[in-house]
Design a protein around this ligand. Structure first.
Ligand SMILES: CC(C)(COP(=O)(O)OP(=O)(O)OC[C@H]1O[C@@H](n2cnc3c(N)ncnc32)[C@H](O)[C@@H]1OP(=O)(O)O)[C@@H](O)C(=O)NCCC(=O)NCCS
Length: 176
C-alpha cells in the first residue's frame, strides 16, 4: 500500500473525532511538487521546522523526487472537498514512523491537523504492520502541535528548550 508503485486515491476510512470529518486523502504524486513547495515555504511552517530557512525550488525538487521513490516514506495529501488542506509525511526507520505535517494556512484552527494525523496513523497501521511506534518532534512554542500529539495519546518522552519528543507505541485502535 505504501510502495512508490501503485499509489492510489483513498477516501478517509473513518473521520476522527474533533475534526469536521470531511477530509479525504491520497498518496502524493509528482504533480504535487509545487503544492508541497508552497506549504514548505509557508512562514509558520518554516518557523516551526528545525531547519528554518526558505527552501529553493531546486532543493525541493531533489528532496521530493527522493521521497517519492523511497519505499520507507509516504506523503499523504488531504483534501476538504476538492481543495488541498494539508499533508502528513511518515518516514519509517526500523519499526518507527516519524510524523511531519502541516495544514494549509487557510484551513488552520478547524481541527484538521488532529484529524489528519489520526487518519495517517490509521493508514500506516493498515498498510505497514511492521510499524511498532510513531514519533514526532515539536518545537516547545508550537502550542497547537503540542496539543494535537497530547490529545492523540502520544507520550512526551523528552523535552528541552529546542524540542519536545513524543512517542505513540502501536495503538490497538485508531487514536481520536
Ligand atoms: C500545527 C498545525 C498543523 C495545527 O493544525 P490545525 O489544524 O491548525 O490545529 P487544530 O485546529 O487541530 O488545533 C489543535 C489544537 O491547538 C489549539 N490551537 C490552535 N491554534 C492555537 C493557538 N494559536 N494557540 C493556542 N492553541 C491553539 C486548538 O484549539 C486545538 O486544541 P484542542 O484540540 O484542545 O481544541 C498548523 O498550525 C500548521 O500547519 N502549522 C505550521 C506547520 C507546523 O507547525 N507543523 C507541525 C510541526 S511539528
Amino acid at each position: 500500500m505504501m510502495s512508490a508503485e501503485g499509489r492510489q486515491e483513498m477516501t478517509a476510512p473513518a473521520p476522527a473525532e474533533g475534526g469536521e470529518g470531511k477530509l479525504s486523502f491520497r498518496e502524493a504524486c509528482p504533480e504535487d511538487e509545487m503544492l508541497l513547495l508552497s506549504w514548505t515555504n509557508d512562514p509558520e511552517t518554516r518557523k516551526n521546522s528545525f531547519n528554518s530557512g526558505p527552501v529553493s525550488p531546486e532543493t525541493h525538487h531533489v528532496w521530493f523526487s527522493r521521497r517519492l521513490s523511497d519505499k520507507n516514506c509516504v506523503i499523504l495529501i488531504f483534501f476538504r472537498g476538492d481543495e488541498p488542506a494539508g499533508q502528513v509525511r511518515l518516514e519509517c526507520e526500523n519499526d518507527t514512523a516519524r510524523i511531519s505535517y502541516s495544514v494549509d494556512r487557510e484551513h488552520r484552527g478547524k481541527g484538521y491537523g488532529k484529524e489528519m494525523v489520526s487518519l495517517a496513523i490509521g493508514y500506516a497501521l493498515t498498510g505497514r504492520p511492521e510499524i511498532k511506534a510513531f514519533r514526532a518532534e515539536v518545537k516547545p512554542d508550537n502550542i497547537p502541535s503540542l496539543r494535537i500529539f497530547g490529545s492523540l495519546g502520544f507520550t512526551e518522552v523528552s523535552s528541552d528548550d529546542k524540542n519536545v519528543c513524543f512517542i505513540l507505541v502501536k495503538p490497538e485502535k485508531l487514536p481520536k
